[in-house]
Write a protein that binds this ligand. Structure first.
Ligand SMILES: [Zn+2]
Length: 271
């Protein structure tokens, strides 16, 4: 393993921020809960997933081709998805970014949940009107909307801009399913982060397939693999990190409490 492998964390513990870098800190999560930013950590904000706002403003929720709403009431959504075509939603997300940068003093930032809910979304009034005005087809409008949001976010972030990707490297999937034009976003995003979570990592062949897929898909653009750490056996987590580090430019471990375990995984990567 290369001595320079980046090892970082996604954490809820301020003492981890001092020990690990980069350390990402969730300022707002998909539930809509907020946490004050912490000095030294890179703030991350769930931009368009927000259960609280979806409840308060049902008209902001993304809508499917049959008029179905993108909320947890449907079996395949784990959170409620707001529509970026609503100016209120987009401006609120940009306000979150400004606020988190101001309060943390960080120059860098991570965009989370910048996405349409899945294929066919969104058919809300704002999207339909925006699409008519733009003259674009459905897919091009979605991609344009998200790319433009990332461009506007980029202008607020003087340091490194990180962007979370759904872990599907298959060509065309992120574009069709979520409206994310990975190649177009390379212009604005410095580092992509790909969470590939498992509660045990008892096997790693699938992790290796996905990591290799992203390495090829991103064509040399920097990216970090993010592993789930809390409750995962240390040996298994170390193995998963080593497998990932062979393909990614960095490895992050998310939500682990035990600083000693994190330090040992880091040492194993650098050993
Ligand atoms: Zn919409």
């Amino acid at each position: 393993m290369a001595g320079g492998t980046v090892f970082g964390v996604v954490t809820r513990y301020p003492d981890h921020v001092e020990q690990f870098g980069p350390a990402f800190w969730e300022v707002k999560d998909v539930g809509g809960a907020r946490r004050d930013p912490v000095t030294g950590a890179i703030p991350m904000v769930s931009c368009f997933a927000d259960n609280r706002l979806a409840k308060a403003h049902p008209e902001w929720v993304q809508m499917g081709p049959g008029g179905e709403r993108a909320t947890r009431d449907q079996p395949y959504f784990d959170w409620d998805c707001l529509c970026p075509s609503r100016p209120e939603v987009e401006e609120l997300a940009l306000d979150w970014i400004r606020g988190a940068l101001d309060q943390s003093g960080s120059e860098s930032f991570r965009l989370d949940d910048v996405t349409f809910a899945r294929e066919g979304y969104c058919r809300c009034e704002a999207c339909e009107a925006g699409r008519r005005e733009s003259g674009l087809d459905f897919e091009a409008y979605r991609i344009g909307k998200l790319t433009d949001f990332v461009r506007r976010s980029r202008a607020l972030v003087p340091g490194t801009l990180y962007f979370t990707l759904f872990p599907d490297p298959y060509p065309g999937h992120l574009e069709l399913r979520f409206g994310i034009d990975v190649d177009g976003l390379k212009r604005w995003v410095d580092v992509f982060v790909v969470p590939i979570y498992d509660l045990a990592y008892t096997t790693t062949y699938w992790l290796e397939v996905l990591a290799q897929g992203f390495r090829d898909r991103l064509g040399g653009h920097p990216w970090y693999l993010e592993l789930y750490g809390l409750g995962v056996d240390e040996g298994r987590l170390t193995k998963a990190a080593q497998v990932g580090a062979a393909y990614a430019d960095g490895v992050l471990v998310a939500y682990e409490k035990d600083g000693g375990k994190l330090r040992r995984v880091r040492e194993a990567l650098r050993g």
